[in-house]
Write a protein that binds this ligand. Structure first.
Ligand SMILES: Nc1ncnc2c1ncn2[C@@H]1O[C@H](COP(=O)(O)OP(=O)(O)OP(=O)(O)O)[C@@H](O)[C@H]1O
Length: 326
């Protein structure tokens, strides 16, 4: 497996007039090449501090960190040519320059040959719907257009590793969909993205792996499926039948809960059943399913816990997984 990030016991403190604030403590994690890695957590959790160490803007107080195989203490310059950092807002673009000239300027910083750069600029302006506005001064751009230009600026030197901090904030639904597609495209081309977002649906849609950070520590990490397995206390099933079942459906023993069947618009009936993760409950569930067979089972789906719910469980203090706040 090829890793673009290897962090070992990474810590960072800030000293404010004699008061030491531990922004992050003992972070140990890896990020695999060609994946989207979500760094999630509430405000002040330590996400920006962690990102700033990975993109060489901030040195750790202690710990080891390798980015794209380079040591951050020795090879900062090499790392910088291969990474991109997307942060929105009002900084990072030249408002007195046109969109195209902004991209020419940022491209020139990476010494991209002019013909290659002009081609790339055409591509990204087109891909991001900015071709018609390319000669307008950036100060006249709408918020969404500025964010799209930020995206083009970040991608102009074709970075191997991208840091995206709330990338869809301020974008309209079409722009959001577009950027998510771009992110998946980049991943398909072997690029790695480290994403921070407060939008759990976005994280669920895009991330291959997630680390939840709170009070400067990684509380839990894993793939979405691993987190669901970790946090789900019961399995939830949705069964669709073409006939309404004539069974007495009520709260059962073994903790199984069968909800009242609902008839949906196509005339079929949906039954939701929660089954605790015990062998007895799973066996009883099997019996329930066999009783439902005569009513024509059209579909049986296992419903997964939403990332939003996992997040709420984590921030409400129910810590599970491989690391916990001490
Ligand atoms: N330069 C600094 N000086 C002092 N304390 C700082 C500094 N930068 C960050 N901190 C503190 O470190 C902690 C982590 O901050 P950080 O910005 O990394 O959190 P975050 O998860 O990115 O938050 P948000 O979601 O609000 O951006 C916070 O308590 C913050 O106040």
């Amino acid at each position: 497996m090829e890793y673009v990030i290897k962090a070992n016991k990474l810590s960072r403190e800030f000293n404010n007039k004699g008061t030491v604030k531990k922004a992050v403590q003992d972070l140990t994690f890896t990020v695999q090449k060609g994946t989207i890695f979500g760094l999630l957590g509430p405000n002040g959790a330590g996400k920006s501090t962690t990102i700033k160490m990975m993109n060489t803007l901030l040195l750790p107080s202690s710990g080891e960190l390798e980015v794209l195989g380079y040591n951050i203490y020795k090879d900062e310059k090499k790392i910088r040519t291969k990474i991109g950092f997307l942060y929105g807002g009002e900084t990072g673009l030249y408002w007195q320059l046109s969109g195209r000239d902004n991209l020419r300027y940022f491209g020139s910083l990476f010494k991209i040959p002019t013909d290659v750069l002009e081609e790339r600029i055409d591509y990204w302006l087109g891909r991001l719907g900015l071709t018609n506005a390319q000669h307008q001064l950036t100060m006249r751009y709408s918020k969404g257009m500025k964010q799209r230009l930020h995206i083009a600026r970040t991608l102009i030197h074709e970075p191997e590793l991208l840091f995206m901090d709330e990338p869809t904030l301020g974008l309209d639904p079409e722009g959001t969909k577009d950027l998510r597609e771009i992110m998946l495209d980049l991943k398909a081309r072997g690029k790695t993205i480290i994403l921070t977002t407060h939008d759990m649906e976005e994280a669920e849609e895009l991330c291959d792996e997630i680390a939840f950070i709170m009070d400067g520590r990684i509380i839990t990490k894993g793939t979405i499926e691993e987190l669901q397995e970790m946090y789900e206390e019961e399995n939830r099933y949705e069964i669709e039948l073409s006939e309404y079942p004539k069974l007495s459906m009520k709260k059962m023993e073994n903790g199984i809960i069968i909800e009242t069947p609902i008839t949906v618009s196509n005339g079929n009936t949906i039954i939701n059943i929660s089954v605790p993760k015990t062998q007895v409950a799973e066996r009883v569930f099997g019996e329930i399913v066999s009783q439902l067979v005569p009513f024509n089972i059209r579909q049986l789906v296992r419903k997964k816990m939403e990332l939003r719910k996992i997040y709420l469980e984590i921030v409400s203090g129910q810590t599970k997984g491989n690391q916990t706040v001490s």
